[in-house]
Design a protein around this ligand. Structure first.
Ligand code: HEM
Length: 446
């Protein structure tokens, strides 16, 4: 069933802040769920189909391989080689870079992930017994790790540089949101004359400077990083030579897609755990039964045995998908369950609402209940993992992210009792979802 199109962003969308913007995005999702999972909205003058039925979301993401035109605005930031690439170019580039995310390469990161998780818990230990916003500390560690695994660059212990880089990225994303919510700024010919464009250029320059400053390669005993593998593949695969510029853009895309998503997701997981002492207790008991009291790194075998923790991560990622909407364009008609999407239409797959769709998840869809992943109430795979997107253009870093987050959370819960209050949580939409500044978590040593 589908609604008549109604206006999505009346009442001066261009004046609203990032928190209210996300509230509106939530309302769109709820209204679409009430309409049966597909609805039409006007975004200014633009007609957009919104999809929240998980089955239909899967159909769209598996059949509509072109991204919506708005992704081209990301170009100055990470180029249009992967995330925002046209499908034909994406196919070639993704095949080359897939090798960097194979299991054997990820296995090589386990030591590094453990060391970084340990450094994070040491940094967090300096802020015990008080409510604290851990975002900066978490972001630092994750960005350092991204630099290491994408380019082999070590920027550890250089807090100021890392913070400036993270700040510049955050601001670029906010500027993108400003453009999305003021349709006239979507036109480059107008945007280029604004002070926002100048500010965006300054941020991009700051980010570029850091990559240049640290292009010192570690030569001994180093793990293989994405850049090594990409260069190897472009040399060994015939006719697949990428220019230096293309390589840089693909690597920048992986670097930036990897750390910001992760730092928000780790925060969300800690907030969920801190708000559910019963869940936290079970995680701790599982950690002790798998690893004992010993303070040691987490091995690949341990990871496979931490099944309750696994369910906690899945549940938190379901309820708080850091990329709450993704957008595609259809090139042919697409048959959904009860509707045919016409060719050349703009489609928002509303992951947030699909992950909370009661027809699919049941009446307790909004509840944080990790047990659902054990008791047979989770419907078919892979639709239930839509937070990493679905189909061929899904998140390349899904396994990397899940492994690293599991190690981080395991180490933190083993050392600290976490307290948080998810009722106080306010979310901002800055392309990615994040807890608004100042959401507080308290940790106490066990
Ligand atoms: C909590 C963690 C993460 C979540 C929820 C997440 C989610 C997503 C989603 C939804 C997309 C599709 C975006 C779209 O179509 O607009 C995506 C794409 C992507 N992600 Fe992730 N991501 C996570 C972590 C990572 C990590 C750790 C990396 C890298 C190490 C990464 C690298 C990428 C890249 C390169 C793409 C573009 C893939 C392509 O177009 O081929 N992500 N991610």
């Amino acid at each position: 069933m589908i609604n008549d199109a109604f206006s999505l962003f009346k009442n001066k969308i261009y004046r609203i802040n990032l928190i209210d913007l996300f509230k509106r995005i939530q309302i769109i999702g709820e209204r679409t769920n009430e309409s049966g999972g597909v609805a039409k909205f006007f975004f200014g003058p633009l007609l957009v189909h919104v999809v929240t039925s998980p089955d239909d979301a899967s159909t769209v993401l598996s059949n509509c391989m072109e991204k919506m035109f708005v992704y081209s605005m990301i170009e100055p930031y990470i180029g249009c080689e992967l995330l925002a690439a046209p499908f034909s170019l994406w196919k070639t580039n993704r095949r080359l870079i897939n090798h960097a995310f194979k299991q054997n390469i990820l296995d090589g990161y386990t030591d590094l992930f453990n060391k970084q998780a340990e450094r994070l818990s040491v940094a967090m230990a300096a802020e015990i017994n008080k409510e604290y916003d851990f975002r900066k500390i978490i972001t630092r560690i994750l960005l350092e790790t991204s630099f290491h695994t994408t380019m082999g660059i070590r920027v550890n212990n250089n807090g100021v540089i890392i913070d400036n880089y993270a700040k510049a990225i955050s601001r670029v994303l906010e500027i993108l949101v400003v453009r999305f919510t003021r349709p006239w700024l979507m036109f480059d010919s107008i945007f280029y004359w604004t002070s926002l464009k100048k500010e965006q250029d300054q941020c991009l320059q700051q980010m570029g400077n850091l990559s240049d400053e640290y292009s010192v390669y570690i030569t001994e005993n180093r793990i293989k990083n994405s850049l090594d593998i990409l260069i190897e593949r472009t040399v060994t695969e015939e006719n697949q030579i990428l220019t230096d510029h293309q390589i840089r853009l693909i690597i920048d895309n992986i670097l930036t897609a990897g750390f910001d998503t992760m730092s928000s997701q780790v925060l969300m997981i800690l907030i969920n755990i801190g708000s559910h002492p019963d869940v936290q207790k079970k995680i701790y008991e599982e950690l002790i039964s798998v690893m004992g009291d010993e303070d040691r790194p987490i091995s690949k075998t341990d990871l496979g045995r931490l099944t309750f923790l696994d369910a906690v991560l899945k549940e938190s990622i379901r309820l708080y998908p850091i990329a709450p909407v993704v957008a595609r364009t259809s090139t042919t008609d697409v048959q959904l369950n009860n509707y045919i999407l016409p060719a050349n239409c703009h489609i928002l797959v509303h992951i947030w609402a699909a992950n909370r769709n009661k027809n699919f998840w049941g009446p307790d869809a909004e509840d944080f209940r990790p047990e659902r992943w054990f008791d047979g109430s989770v419907p078919s795979q892979p639709v239930s993992h839509a937070s990493f997107s679905l189909g061929r253009r899904n998140c390349i870093g899904k396994l990397y992210g899940l492994t690293f987050m599991k190690i981080i959370v395991a180490r933190i819960v083993k050392k600290f009792t976490i307290t948080a209050d998810e009722n106080k949580l306010e979310l901002e939409f800055a392309i990615m979802l994040k807890p608004s500044r100042g959401h507080l978590i308290k940790i106490e040593p066990r």
